[in-house]
Write a protein that binds this ligand. Structure first.
Ligand code: FAD
Length: 421
């Protein structure tokens, strides 16, 4: 029996969506003593189209949930190998704030682990429960309609956290808008059997050619999973002005063919593709008592497409803001801008450069071949992964922060969690 049944729908914290962002929020909120109702339209375990990669930033955040070891004990990796334009560079995860362990875990398992942990720590979970409507009382969300077990229920939350993913159908009811003029990703993933599934490095191929031989603005990845399989995928960057004219599933299949012999890959299975709004290119992510977190707030790194870490981080930050009487409308977007604004703007600007067809073929050979590549690319890999923390004081971290501040001054017009309503 759940804690809601004795009560006509009143709850402290309602969380819509139980992916990494929603489940992490449920764990933090339950541990902070809130009564939590976590709901998801799906029934777990469920799949989510993803590369399944976990950078040290994600492992660090999992540590804050007490789950790092549960993830890294079965498989962990030491860094990234970048390939392309006739060269290869090895970039170990950098020493620093986030630690040097990465991992990868199929989302069917990973999300199930988080959702189970949320329940163990005290959250109530409704699976197969879709949030379909919202009622306001002035600027506050007063009630959310949930379809659950064929019945419509009204839930009246004190606070509402929306973690309903990239499409954010429910977020749209609250006014969330995605700015498609900004750079976004389109990507496909698959699972392939491989005897190299224990390989302790993740691999990215930045010279991603389609079947006609044209270099695409994106990369192919092979993330070993340690379970006899690898996650193999391909993604391209796009903007409205320069749309990536590519079928990602075909691109993936072409990439798999190129890598088959080296990795002794089995056939691609469970191929799925999705869009990735990135770098905070959405507006209206908060109201008086509600906040959008994770993908629904476009918290995805434009340079490598990862968002699991930002989903879990934003969950913790949002829960820390839940204080009686606090209006979240401006506080939440302000905190997002403070935390991610400069890094995301810089990454978005760099990602936009990649969408120019001449850019990658011109700089790729410089970066990946010879002594320059060996010196520069480990730093580039660190920056691509946004593995720079506020307390890192080394030269690269300082240069990154300076560049971030400069880009933010120049690109003031760019929407970053703007409030328009
Ligand atoms: C091809 C691809 C590869 C990627 N690779 C990586 C990677 O390697 N590493 C990485 O860190 N990130 C990667 N990402 C990004 C990553 O998948 C997301 O950033 C991450 O899933 C965000 O988590 P979330 O909790 O915000 O949303 P989600 O994981 O999408 O969870 C949202 C949940 O909300 C539920 N939901 C939706 N609407 C409702 C509703 N109305 N009512 C109730 N429930 C609802 C859904 O069922 C779902 O379970 C990749 C993305 C793509 C598309």
């Amino acid at each position: 029996m759940d804690r809601m049944s004795g009560n006509p729908g009143l709850v402290d914290v309602l969380i819509v969506g139980a992916g990494p962002a929603g489940s992490a929020a449920a764990i933090h909120a339950a541990e902070a003593g809130h009564e939590v109702l976590l709901l998801d339209a799906a029934v777990f375990p469920r799949d989510k189209t993803c590369g399944d990669g976990l950078t040290p930033r994600a492992i660090h955040q999992l540590g804050r949930l007490g789950l790092a070891e549960a993830v890294t004990s079965s498989y962990h990796n030491r860094g990234l190998k970048l390939h392309g334009f006739g060269g290869s560079v090895t970039a170990p995860w950098p020493e620093g704030h986030y630690g040097t362990l990465g991992s990868a875990m199929p989302r069917t398992e990973f999300d199930h682990l988080l959702v189970r942990t949320a329940v163990e720590r005290g959250a109530t979970l409704w699976e197969g429960a879709t949030a379909t409507g919202v009622e306001f009382a002035g600027p506050r969300v007063d009630a959310v309609t949930v379809r659950h077990g064929g019945v419509e229920k009204q839930v009246r939350p004190r606070w509402l956290l929306v973690a309903d993913g990239v499409r954010s159908t429910f977020g749209k009811l609250l006014g969330r808008q995605w700015h498609r003029g900004e750079v976004y990703g389109i990507a496909a993933r698959s699972y392939c059997a491989s005897p190299m599934s224990d390989e302790p490095w993740i691999h990215s191929h930045v010279e991603l050619r389609d079947a006609e031989g044209t270099v695409q603005p994106g990369y192919g990845w092979i993330f070993p999973l340690g379970d006899g399989r690898v996650n193999l995928g391909a993604g391209a960057l796009s903007t409205d002005a320069r749309p990536a004219k590519v079928n990602t599933k075909k691109l993936l299949s072409h990439y798999a063919t190129q890598r088959r012999e080296e990795w002794q890959l089995g056939p691609e299975q469970d191929v799925a593709s999705a869009l990735l709004p990135m770098g905070g290119a959405v507006s209206d992510v908060a109201g008086a008592n509600w906040m959008l977190i994770g993908d629904s707030a476009a918290l995805v790194n434009p340079l490598n497409g990862e968002g699991i870490d930002y989903g879990m981080e934003s969950a913790e930050m949002a829960v820390e803001l839940l204080r009686p009487g606090r209006d979240l409308t401006l506080v939440w977007p302000h905190l997002l801008r403070e935390t991610y604004g400069e890094a995301f703007l810089l990454a978005r600007t760099a990602a936009r450069l990649l969408t120019y067809p001449q850019f990658l073929p011109a700089v790729g050979p410089l970066g990946l071949r010879g002594p320059v590549g060996a010196m520069v690319m480990p730093a580039a890999a660190r920056l691509m992964g946004n593995l720079v923390a506020d307390d890192d004081r080394d030269l690269i971290a300082r240069a990154w922060r300076l560049a971030g501040a400069a880009v933010s001054r120049v690109r003031r017009d760019t929407p970053l969690w703007a409030t328009t309503a």
